[in-house]
Ligand binder design. Structure first.
Ligand SMILES: [Zn+2]
Ligand SMILES: [Zn+2]
Length: 715
């Protein structure tokens, strides 16, 4: 008695928000933060050791841990606390928080075979009793080199003999999967006055959030490089978040070539094994910079000196499934833990962040000029007038400008934020529309493969040649996506060499990078694509950017649609004229008087912000009110609506805030699941949290699912 050790373990069942006690068998050195395999009922489950302790008085039989999964804690003390923070803030289970923080390869339940990757090496032990010349020759070769890859030596038999005679020994050495092919070239950058000013304002050694509002091309990247240099000099570490890293390989290249091997890259384009390797480089302190998308905020550094979030307005920083954490919140939380600056950068800050900067929660830093002093000239074209002239896709101005660029061997970017060929196929005689049977929304025609596709559930079906309702052959496609636009460009412009970038052309690994490299090398002169092409790209020969349907995103039923429109147009406009050649931008559309379009044209964020805030105030949207989106879903439409109504009644009788709904979601049916939503507009989380927790727990089991999203990015 007395010497038994116990561990409280959080097992991998999402609905059980509690730990269970197990005995640690003698001889096993279990530590908090390690994962263990434990018996649970008749099953074996994996779990996280939350704490270990000596005494214990149990009036029931305490089972033994079966085995440890890790040889050291994979969740350190800071991460333990961070997990609790995530679970509280986002109403998610603690286990899902820990799972999210770790690379997939380490996640329990996922029976992946991601192991460390090893190579086998040979080295010399003793030259006693070496018999033949051949043996001696190989022995000396290894001796000479110190260590040699086993696969390098072709005479396997001799190696075997040398090993069994104790002359040499073989051993495994771990290698990493991602190879650094980029050479380190440290450029001597010259800073502009604005860049210098910003750098002197950022203080180290205390927690402080900054909003760096810099126009496109103002050189935010160089500011980040300088900040990270400073941090590294003081022996500390840095995290840089970029949205969807696979879309911005150019940014990664800049950092890799500047800092060399001390950079780890974390993003969704990597295989599980590659991610695992990069994660361990950080954990072991072999690198001091982590660059990555959202999840890189969990880089397990222990000497953090700065966190930088580029394009802070990007929706990709909020996770779209459970736990619905925001990387910005995590950055601020970690910033407080380490007493470090957190720098949020953007040319088009989110309305919420800009408000925080205005009221002094963040310090506002501004860079208003481009490094090359050339902001592109932006023109708006009203397509209502062009339609009268018979121009349906491109205005006459756009046609002449594109031809001019192609004649001068310059490049053009054309944005249309809709993929596929045509958007709707419907019958002229009876009005039948070809819809997805799972989602009840119109299918999109894709010429490649000659099929109709659902962009929500991936359902596909052949294109109808005659109407299934009235047998009319007058069934046609309307609207246009990038696939069709590419075809139109090629038939309109003789000199066009077009490459397209959208979800359909970038499914394969590294496809983004190949398209970007090919366009950058001049193999193509027109890049056409969806919003994917709006971000972070930097091509010196691009002197014209054309936006087709620049007002299309205004029609999306979401309170952030104007903000998204402003951001998209500003970002894509920023792709033009980034080097010495001046840039021009032409935006076409039907609703060109909207303030989001006018302010993007004039590069006037203040104007946009002022107009947008009026509307947010009137309609009680963030930042004036907080939002909570409750999504109720299930396979039976009536039952889903019934339960949602009950929830709404419960909320209305228990909380004083504004409750809207239930109503069907903007996508009421996806993949045969029905969605009904309730929206709460509230001031303080503490006023509603208990009711939300009650609802969450009430629907943990059963056929109706309730998903609660505090501060949703879209509704
Ligand atoms: Zn018909
Ligand atoms: Zn569908």
């Amino acid at each position: 008695m007395g010497d038994n050790m116990y561990a409280d373990i959080l097992v991998e069942i999402n609905s059980l928000e509690k730990t269970f006690t197990y005995k640690i068998p003698s001889g096993i050195n279990a530590l908090a933060g390690e994962r263990a395999l434990v018996p649970f009922g008749s099953r074996k489950l994996e779990g996280f050791i939350m704490k270990t302790y000596k005494e214990g008085n149990f009036d029931y039989e305490v089972k033994d841990i079966i085995s440890l999964i890790d040889d050291h804690p994979v969740i350190n003390k800071e991460m333990m606390e961070l997990g609790k923070y995530i679970s509280n803030k986002n109403l998610s289970s603690l286990i899902s928080a820990y799972q999210t923080m770790l690379p997939r390869a380490l996640k329990a339940k996922i029976k992946s075979n991601i192991n460390k990757k090893y190579l086998i090496f040979l080295k010399c032990v003793s030259s006693n009793n070496i018999k033949t010349e051949k043996q001696k020759e190989i022995y000396n070769y290894i001796l000479d080199k110190g260590e040699v890859l086993k696969s390098e030596i072709s005479s396997k038999a001799i190696v075997k003999t040398l090993i069994s005679n104790g002359n040499i020994k073989e051993y495994k050495k771990e290698i990493y999967r991602l190879d650094d092919k980029i050479k380190k070239i440290k450029k001597n950058y010259v800073l502009t006055k604005e860049q210098k000013d910003v750098l002197t304002k950022i203080e180290f050694g205390k927690f402080k959030p900054y909003l760096l509002h810099g126009v496109t091309g103002s050189g935010k990247t160089l500011v980040y490089i300088k900040l990270i240099e400073k941090v590294l000099e003081s022996g500390k570490e840095a995290i840089l978040l970029v949205p969807e890293i696979s879309l911005t390989p150019q940014v990664v290249d800049i950092f890799k070539s500047h800092f060399g091997e001390v950079v780890a890259i974390l993003h969704s384009g990597l295989s599980d094994g590659e991610k695992f390797d990069e994660w361990r480089k950080i954990e072991r302190g072999e690198v001091s910079i982590a660059i990555g998308a959202r999840s890189a905020i969990f880089a397990p550094f222990t000497k953090l000196g700065i966190i930088i979030i580029d394009e802070e307005h990007s929706t990709s920083y909020k996770q779209d499934n459970i736990p619905r954490y925001s990387a910005l919140d995590i950055a601020l939380k970690r910033g407080m833990t380490y007493f470090i600056p957190v720098v949020l950068g953007s040319a088009t800050p989110s309305v919420e962040s800009y408000t925080r900067a205005k009221i002094g929660v963040y310090e506002l830093l501004e860079m208003k000029e481009r490094v090359n002093k050339n902001l592109p000239k932006v023109e708006l074209i009203d397509m209502k007038d062009e339609f009268k002239k018979g121009n349906r896709i491109f205005s006459s101005l756009v046609v002449s400008k594109i031809n001019e660029r192609l004649d001068n061997n310059e490049q053009v970017i054309i944005l249309l934020n809709r993929r596929g060929f045509s958007t709707v196929v419907s019958c002229h005689d009876c009005g039948f529309t070809h819809k997805c049977p799972n989602c009840d929304i119109p299918l999109t025609y894709h010429k490649k493969g000659n099929i109709m596709k659902c962009h929500y559930c991936d359902y596909s079906s052949p294109k109808y040649l005659e109407c299934p309702e009235c047998r009319s052959r007058n069934i046609n496609s309307f609207g246009m996506g990038t696939e069709k636009l590419e075809e139109i460009i090629n038939s309109t412009f003789d000199k066009a060499k077009t490459i397209r970038m959208d979800v359909d052309t970038t499914r394969k690994k590294n496809a983004h990078k190949r398209i970007i490299d090919d366009f950058g090398s001049g193999k193509y002169n027109i890049l056409v694509g969806t919003q994917m092409i709006a971000k972070g790209l930097d091509f010196p020969l691009v002197t014209l950017v054309v936006v087709v349907s620049g007002d299309a995103s205004l029609n999306i039923p979401d309170f952030r649609s104007a903000e998204r429109t402003y951001q998209l147009l500003s970002q894509v406009a920023g792709r033009a004229g980034r080097a010495s050649l001046p840039g021009e931008v032409i935006i076409q559309g039907f609703n060109m008087n909207h303030y989001s379009i006018i302010s993007a044209k004039d590069n006037n964020y203040e104007l946009f912000y002022k107009e947008e805030m009026k509307i947010r105030k009137t309609l009680k949207y963030p930042p004036y009110y907080n939002l909570c989106l409750i999504k109720v879903s299930g396979k039976n439409s009536d039952k889903v609506f019934d339960e949602a109504s009950k929830i709404s009644v419960y909320l209305k009788s228990h909380i004083k805030d504004i409750i809207l709904g239930p109503s069907f979601s903007s996508m009421p049916k996806v993949n045969n699941v029905y969605y009904v939503q309730i929206i709460i507009k509230f001031k303080n989380t503490k006023d509603i949290i208990n009711e939300l927790l009650f609802i969450r727990d009430r629907y943990k089991k059963g056929t109706i699912f309730v998903d609660i999203d505090l501060n949703p990015i879209k509704i």
